[in-house]
Design a protein. Structure first.
Lengths: 587, 329
């Protein structure tokens, strides 16, 4: 095992040894080992990782959750100091030893020489202060300038990252910005002291695909402009394709593969990299030959789609939903329209994909389809019966047939009940009283979704994200539904787990003849699973049709824009698309 | 904001009405004849009847209650033997026992309880929040352990034990502090301070452990927040991380708890007041309940209830001031 990281590291280390005269690289990491304290012992998060980065170059660190990629990034700024973690090896950034530097030198490194762009932009900023003040504070840590000068610098960098009306907006607090704008603020903070290295930890994970493209373009542009180095940490191989020169693939704390981006993504040497690449859903080619698992699903779904004569289960006509909002002192605020006249049908045995960016109303629509929410307008027919305005009592017999799988497999299971009990709930509600029959049925269901039936008494925290989502699916299957609405069922999962869960859903549909409504923001995943696709924007469906038609020949400008923003795995193609985006932006 | 205050004011009225109704009801169900008690044991039945009429106790209950409400809004008159006694609004009635106006009795004692509660609050905040911060930031040091031990010991012993021990040790034995007395602040600030110091310390010791715990957990939670990590990664010093970025968030729950405790303190400082012989509201309440002095008890209930509700509103407002994301509606 230990041969692997060495193999990946050695080509970069040797030139440094061979030419000691050469200037020190911007980043020089050798044999980095990070152990975190756990109980009495330690767990190794990073195991012998090494790489170098020259000024102006970009390195992508990719891997699934738990691979240690963020731990490496934090190590570059010495952020493991004082946490109880044990650090081995050496980390040199812009001439500062991040492992041993103390006091002033360490603080100069942090923000002055190297700056971190954090993920989850809502919680990464102090909620109590204006963003301009927060950036000014960072400026004053590193530069002996007046409060006013620091504030001016803050406005300058906010303007640089594309915050409109930066002087005024610098006085706003983080919660007054959208997610994409907050991410820009965090990038502005990183730029404030003109660092020589930017470390971006999943900078686009929480963002919509079009915003993601904008942020990646911005980072690219800034790097070209300032000549700073970039370390981009992400789980998304598509994100690195167009944004970095070299890629380091990590798994279980080790560097599995390291090389130029074209080679790692185009001709990967290691089986793990190949597996990772093949699990990535592709928006451009649904049945790509290397995606073995996915292809099975496609074949499966080809059958019902071809017959296309399934019974119409659900029919929505001009469906609407408004939410009342809190008004001001004197005026009553206008209600917010989340879903604004949506019409669609779902047939037995088919999968309808619904894609849209955050705030497009797709979740509200999904909840109305299973009547977790009551529509405020329009009609909803289930097997010919109008269920849009039914009361809770009349709905009860139908609840069994309309089920939902939720996005967050952590919070949608009760942490204090065993998974078996959670799956048994719908059976008990349906009136099943025989404990033996319940046990047998739950066992069957767990087995059906690929879990061990003997795990009845285990609790959610003992399972991984993918397994928990399987429990959620088993629970939805328990009452033998005809239709399941899956709301972002795989967006919290790693790409390989994602592929497995998607495969399971396809399999279940084939075996049980289920109708699925698959809601997601990820266009590629939706293409993978769907027979038909509806694209939502601002509460309306802008385009609807056969999946291949919508993806290959989109008619609506919004759909085209979305598809153009999807990261692609081919670096050359990614670069071409970036140029196209920039050209259309300046035009 | 205005809407919030109006809504709260209406809610407060409702709470106070309900409170007064409950107290009225309890007194009418409870045994004992207030007229007999007011008149004294030696009264003849005729004299008792006279007293009953004079106090208005012969009227139906709902009418008595209506008169009571009218007194609060507009004031009312009582027949006092020969002449009329005018009780201006807000009139909470006249004591059955002493014939004094309840409003006067309460306003005379309010400064005592207010001094006690506010002073104790200052002390318990210093001790409790200080200990909490220390234990969050300097875990395991001797000073932290000592303070945590002190606050824990303080809160696990009833006030009359702590108070008595302090009284014996500090006042009687070593004579470091004067025996507790109440001298109005307006009369002699220095004597006011020294006279109340011991009761303050006793109360603060009891309350501070709660605050230490809350401050500690809230501080540790805030320090684990992502935005603290952000500023640490930008070279902001640990001291500044705490004072500028963590303290504000960590102390918001403390504000809320303080306001509620302070409000409660107005009605429940009974033991402390009795122990140290301070003529406050709590002591008056205990005496009046024993004497079935309905007007005084109802008046006190309303005033202390008002303090609790008001404190909660203040807590809400302070919360919104501390955290601008909170919108009051």
């Amino acid at each position: 095992m230990s041969a692997e990281p060495l193999k990946a590291v050695s080509p970069k280390v040797e030139p440094v040894k061979a030419e000691p005269v050469k200037a020190e690289p911007l980043v020089d990491v050798r044999d980095l080992v990070v152990d975190f304290p756990v109980g009495d012992g330690h767990v190794r998060a990073v195991d012998g990782v090494g790489f170098t980065l020259e000024a102006g170059q970009a390195l992508g660190i990719v891997g699934e959750s738990g691979s240690g990629k963020s731990t490496v990034a934090y190590g570059l700024l010495g952020l493991h100091r004082g946490t109880g973690a044990r650090i081995g090896g050496s980390v040199r950034v812009a001439g500062v030893d991040a492992v041993t530097a103390e006091g002033t030198e360490l603080r100069r490194l942090r923000g002055g020489l190297a700056a971190m762009v954090f993920q989850d932009p809502l919680s990464a900023l102090d909620p109590y202060y204006a963003v301009g003040d927060q950036i000014a504070e960072v400026v004053r840590v590193h530069r002996a300038v007046s409060r006013r000068a620091a504030r001016e610098r803050a406005v300058e960098v906010l303007d640089r990252v594309g915050i409109p009306d930066a002087a005024r907006r610098s006085r706003s607090r983080p919660h007054e910005f959208s997610g994409g704008m907050r991410q820009r603020v965090l990038i502005a903070m990183a730029l404030a002291c003109e660092p020589r290295l930017l470390v971006a930890d999943e900078p686009t994970t929480a963002l919509d695909v079009t915003v993601q493209a904008q942020i990646l373009d911005l980072l690219h542009e800034l790097r070209a402009e300032t000549g700073a180095g970039l370390v981009l940490v992400t789980h998304d191989l598509g994100v690195v394709a167009g944004s970095v020169d070299r890629v380091l693939v990590m798994k279980d704390g080790r560097a599995v593969e390291h090389g130029p981006v074209t080679q790692v993504l185009g001709a990967p040497r290691e089986p793990y990299t190949r597996a990772l690449l093949s699990a990535v859903p592709r928006v451009d080619a649904p049945g790509a030959p290397d995606v073995r698992d996915v292809q099975d699903v496609q074949d499966v779904q080809g059958a019902p789609a071809a017959s296309s004569g399934g019974e119409v289960l659900l029919e929505a006509t001009d469906l609407r939903r408004e939410f009342a909002t809190r008004g001001g002192l004197t005026r009553r605020a206008a209600p917010v329209t989340a879903v604004d006249g949506v019409s669609l049908t779902v047939r037995a045995g088919e999968t309808l994909g619904i894609v849209g960016e955050s705030g497009s109303g797709k979740t509200t629509l999904g909840r109305m389809l299973v009547r977790l929410l009551e529509p405020t307008g329009g009609r909803l027919h289930y097997r010919g019966r109008d269920i849009g305005a039914l009361g809770e009592k009349e709905l009860r017999p139908l609840r069994r047939e309309l089920q939902m799988v939720f996005q967050d497999p952590v919070s949608s299971l009760n942490p204090r009940r065993s998974i078996g009990e959670s799956v048994a709930d719908p059976l008990r509600i349906a009136g099943e009283g025989d404990e033996r029959r319940i046990r047998a049925r739950v066992g069957e269901l767990l087995e059906r979704v690929g879990l061990d039936p003997d795990w009845y008494h285990r609790y959610p925290h003992e399972f991984s994200g993918g397994q928990r989502q399987r429990v959620g699916i088993a629970r939805a299957l328990a009452p033998q539904p005809r239709l399941i609405v899956c709301d972002e069922p795989v967006s919290a999962l790693d790409v390989t787990t994602q592929a497995q869960v998607v495969e399971l859903l396809g399999e279940l549909q084939r075996d049980l003849g289920l109708a699925l409504v698959f809601i997601a923001h990820d266009l590629a995943v939706v293409r993978q699973v769907s027979d038909r696709v509806a694209v939502m924007r601002a509460g309306r469906i802008v385009e609807q049709g056969d999946a291949d038609t919508v993806y290959d020949a989109p008619r609506h400008a919004y759909t085209k824009g979305l598809l153009a923003a999807v990261p692609v795995l081919d670096p050359a193609e990614a670069t071409a698309r970036r140029h196209a985006r920039l050209a259309s932006a300046t035009a | 904001m205005t809407r919030f205050l109006v809504r709260k004011a209406v809610g407060m009225l409702g709470v106070l009405l309900a409170l007064s109704l409950i107290v009225y009801a309890v007194f009418y169900i409870a045994p004992g004849d207030p007229a007999q008690l007011a008149c004294g044991e030696k009264c003849s039945p005729a004299q008792v009847a006279q007293v009953r009429e004079r106090l208005g106790l012969d009227a139906p209950v709902y009418l008595q209650y209506a008169h009571f409400l009218q007194g609060i809004v507009a004031g009312r008159d009582f027949s006092a033997g020969t002449g009329l006694l005018h009780c201006p609004a807000p009139c909470l009635g006249v004591s059955y026992r002493s014939g004094e106006q309840v409003t006067d009795m309460i306003t005379a004692r309010l400064p005592v309880t207010a001094s006690l509660a506010l002073g104790a609050m200052v002390l318990w905040l210093i001790l409790g929040v200080g200990t909490g911060l220390l234990s969050a930031l300097r875990r395991g040091r001797l000073s932290e352990r000592l303070l945590t031990g002190l606050t824990l010991a303080g809160s696990s012993v009833p006030v009359f034990v702590i108070g008595l021990v302090l009284l014996i040790v500090l006042c009687a034995q070593f004579q470091w502090l004067p025996f507790p007395t109440y001298v109005p602040l307006t009369e002699d600030p220095q004597q006011w301070f020294w006279g109340l110091l011991l009761p303050w310390i006793s109360l603060a010791l009891i309350e501070s452990a709660k605050y230490a715990r809350l401050t500690r957990s809230s501080m540790l939670e805030t320090l684990a927040d992502d935005h603290i990590r952000t500023f640490r990664a930008y070279g902001v010093s640990e001291r500044r991380l705490v004072t500028r970025h963590a303290l504000r968030g960590a102390l918001t729950p403390v504000i809320a708890l303080t306001a509620i405790d302070l409000g409660t303190m107005f009605g429940s400082a009974v033991l402390t007041e009795s122990l140290f012989g301070l003529p406050g509201l709590g002591k008056l309440l205990v005496t009046s309940v024993g004497l079935i002095d309905l007007p005084t008890v109802v008046g006190l209930t309303l005033v202390t209830g008002f303090c609790v509700v008001l404190a909660n509103v203040i807590a809400d407002v302070l919360y919104a001031v501390a955290d601008r994301r909170v919108v009051l509606t």
